[in-house]
Design a protein around this ligand. Structure first.
Ligand code: FAD
Ligand code: NAP
Length: 509
C-alpha cells in the first residue's frame, strides 16, 4: 500500500500510468517523488499535528480518522497519520484510503509487506493502538506469534553433538525440500535457520550457548524431508544445551505475514553490461547459507538520506550459461544482479555510488515461480523487455541443463536500441551453439540500419514467434518487463489461445 514504485510501475492508480493501453508515461506529479517525501520528513514539519506527542489510540478513535485530509491507519499495532503522505504514495490515494481509520496490516502484507513503513512513516507516527480491555495486562498490541504447533505434520527440530561438532536437525515433514528451502544466518552467537515450507516458514532462532566457528555445512535428505546443519565447536567441550530461544523461535508462520530478514552483504565487483545496466556482484556473509530459487527475487535495502529504502531485484548467474565453466569462485557465496541505473532513480543512483567493500542489505528470496512448471515441457517461450530479462537468465540456464524433454526454448527480447540488449553476444553464441535455443531481438527505437524486427509487443510479432514444435506440445510462456508491457503481453497471449496455466507473468510478488 505504501511506496509501490516497482511492483506495478507505474502503480495502478498512479499518475504515471497511461489512461488506456499503458503506453505513455506521465511523470510523477512535480515535487511528490519519494525523495521529496524524505525531504519533507526531514524538514522538521509537524506531520502528525501532535507536536511530538504519542497517543494511545482506541479503536473508536482510529475509526474517526477516515477522511483523506484526516486519515489514520494502523499497521502492526502502530497508528500513522498518512494524510501528509497521500500525494506521495505511488499506488495512489485510493489504495491508502482502503485502510482509512482501520487496521491495514493484512492489506499491507498482501500488497507489499517488504516496504519499510516504520522508516518511511516514522514522522507520521501517532502512537500505539490501545490494548482492548479484555486483553491480559501487558499484552503488546502486535499480533502474538502463532504457537509452535505440535501436530505430527508440523516441523520440529533436535540437536546432538560429538566432541567437535554440533548438528541441528530439522524435520521438515515434507518431501519437496532442497538446499534452497533452508536459509541460515549465524551472527554474533545468534543462530537463525528459516525453513521454507510451501506457504509457511519454520524458524529456529537461538542464542547459542557456546561459540562455534564461522563455517558450517548443510545437508538435505530430500526423501525424508530432513535438514542437517553441522556446526563446528570453537572449543571441544560438551554443551549442556543448544542455547536460549530468541524472538519467534519455534514458530511456524504463513510466509505472507512474516517480515523479511536482511543480512548485510559486501559489494565486491561492478561491471558495465550496457550503457546504463551493470552486473553487480555481492558477497554473502561467510556464515550465511542462502540460495535464490530460479525465477525468484530478493529485496535490496539502502539507507538514503536517513530513510531505509527497499527495492526488488532478480538475481542472475555470472554469465548466461555457466554449466561448462570451472567455478572460479566458491559456489553460492556470491549473488549477481543485472541492474539498470535510471538517471532520476532514487535507489539505483545510490546503489551506483557504492564503492567496492560497501554494504547493501539483501533480503531472503520471494517469488511464485516454481521449477516444477518446467517439468516435462516441450516448448518454452520467454518474452522479456529491458531488465525484464533477469528472471529469464536462470530459467534458461535451468531449462537447458535439466529439462531433457524440451525441444525448443525461444526468447523474444524487446529493447529500445541495439546498445540496450543485455548479453547480446552471449545470447547469439548460445543460439549458434545450441540448436534447442533461439533468440529474436525486437527494437522499439532502432538505428536506420537495423535489419531485425522492430516495434512493440503485438499480435503479429507474437503469432509468428509462438510456433509450437509439435501440435499440442506442452508449453510454458514466461513474460517480464515494464508492467504495461507485461499486462499487454498477457492479454495478447490469451487472445492467441494460451491458457492461464501456460503463462507465467513476473509482476508483483
Ligand atoms: P525510481 O526512483 O523508483 O524511479 C525514477 C525514474 O526511473 C522513474 O521516473 C522512471 O523514469 C524510471 N523507473 C524507475 N523504475 C522503473 C521501472 N520499474 N520501470 C521503468 N522505469 C522505471 N530492475 C533491475 O534493473 N534489475 C532487476 O533484476 C530487477 N528486478 C525486479 C524484480 C521485481 C519483482 C520487480 C517488481 C522490479 C524489479 N526491478 C529490477 C525494478 C526495480 O525494482 C526498480 O523499480 C528500479 O531499479 C528503479 O528503482 P529506482 O529507485 O532507481 O527508480
Ligand atoms: P525499457 O528499456 O524502458 O523498455 C524495454 C522495451 O519495452 C522497449 O522496447 C520499450 O519500448 C518496451 N516497452 C516499454 N513500455 C511498454 C509498453 N507499455 N508496451 C509495450 N512495450 C513497452 O525497460 P526497462 O527500463 O529495462 O524496464 C524493465 C522493467 O522490467 C522494469 O519496469 C522492471 O520493474 C521490470 N522488471 C520486473 C521484474 C519482475 O517482476 N520479476 C524483474 C526485472 C525487471 P519504448 O521504447 O516504447 O519504451
Amino acid at each position: 500500500m505504501l511506496n509501490v514504485p516497482s511492483q506495478s510501475f507505474p502503480g495502478p492508480g498512479s499518475q504515471q500510468r497511461a489512461a488506456s493501453g499503458g503506453r505513455s508515461k506521465v511523470p510523477l506529479k512535480q515535487g511528490r517523488s519519494l525523495m521529496d517525501w524524505i525531504r519533507l520528513t526531514k524538514s522538521g514539519k509537524d506531520l502528525t499535528g501532535l507536536k511530538g506527542r504519542l497517543l494511545e489510540v482506541t479503536e473508536e478513535e482510529l475509526q474517526k480518522h477516515n477522511k483523506k485530509d484526516d486519515c489514520w491507519i494502523c499497521i502492526r499495532g502502530y497508528v500513522y497519520n498518512v494524510s501528509p503522505y497521500m500525494e506521495y504514495h505511488p499506488g495512489g490515494e485510493d489504495e491508502l484510503m482502503k485502510a482509512a481509520g482501520a487496521d491495514g496490516t493484512d492489506l499491507f502484507d498482501q500488497v507489499h509487506r517488504w516496504v519499510n513503513y516504520e522508516s518511511m512513516l516514522k514522522e507520521c507516527l501517532v502512537g500505539r493502538i490501545a490494548a482492548k480491555p479484555t486483553a491480559p495486562k501487558g499484552l503488546l498490541p502486535n499480533r502474538p506469534d502463532p504457537p509452535a504447533t505440535e501436530s505430527p505434520a508440523s516441523p520440529s527440530y533436535d540437536w546432538f553433538q560429538t566432541d567437535s561438532l554440533v548438528t541441528v536437525v530439522i524435520y521438515a515433514k515434507q518431501k519437496d525440500i532442497s538446499l534452497e528451502s533452508i536459509i541460515i544466518d549465524h551472527q554474533g552467537g545468534s543462530f537463525r535457520a528459516e525453513t521454507i515450507l510451501k506457504d509457511s516458514s519454520y524458524l529456529i532462532h537461538i542464542g547459542l550457548s557456546h561459540e562455534v566457528q564461522e563455517d558450517f555445512s548443510v545437508r538435505v535428505v530430500e526423501n525424508v524431508g530432513k535438514i542437517e546443519i553441522i556446526l563446528k565447536k570453537s572449543e571441544c567441550t560438551p554443551w549442556e544445551r543448544l542455547g536460549r530461544p530468541l524472538e519467534k523461535h519455534g514458530s511456524l508462520t504463513p510466509r505472507s505475514g512474516a517480515g523479511l530478514y536482511y543480512r548485510k552483504c559486501r559489494l565486491v565487483s561492478k561491471a558495465d553490461v550496457t550503457p546504463d545496466t551493470r552486473l553487480f556482484r555481492v558477497a554473502l556473509p561467510p556464515d550465511t547459507h542462502l540460495q535464490v530459487p530460479v525465477g525468484h527475487h530478493v529485496y535490496l535495502k539502502l539507507t538514503i538520506a536517513g530513510t531505509e529504502i527497499v527495492k526488488p531485484y532478480t538475481p542472475v548467474s555470472d554469465s548466461l550459461v555457466s554449466e561448462f565453466k570451472e567455478p572460479l569462485l566458491p559456489d553460492n557465496k556470491y549473488i549477481y544482479f543485472l541492474i539498470k541505473i535510471y538517471p532520476s532513480g532514487l535507489f539505483t543512483q545510490e546503489l551506483d555510488r557504492l564503492q567496492m567493500g560497501d554494504f547493501v542489505s539483501v533480503s531472503s528470496p520471494e517469488g511464485s515461480f516454481k521449477i516444477s512448471q518446467l517439468q516435462e515441457l516441450e516448448d518454452l517461450f520467454l518474452l522479456a523487455a529491458g531488465t525484464g530479462f533477469t528472471p529469464m537468465v536462470k530459467i534458461l540456464n535451468y531449462a537447458l541443463t535439466n529439462i531433457p524433454s524440451l525441444r525448443k526454448i525461444k526468447l523474444m527480447f524487446f529493447n529500445k536500441t541495439e546498445d540496450d540488449i543485455i548479453w547480446r553476444s552471449q545470447l547469439e553464441k548460445l543460439a549458434f551453439e545450441n540448436e534447442r535455443f533461439d533468440v529474436e531481438f525486437v527494437l522499439s527505437a532502432p538505428a536506420l540500419e537495423w535489419r531485425g524486427k522492430r516495434g512493440l509487443i503485438s499480435p503479429a510479432l507474437l503469432s509468428e514467434f509462438l510456433k509450437r514444435s509439435l501440435e499440442n506440445s506442452k508449453v510454458l510462456l514466461c513474460i517480464c518487463g515494464p508492467a504495461p508491457f507485461t499486462e499487454r503481453g498477457v492479454g495478447l497471449l490469451h487472445g492467441l489461445g494460451f491458457s492461464a496455466d501456460e503463462i507465467h507473468s513476473f509482476t508483483a510478488s
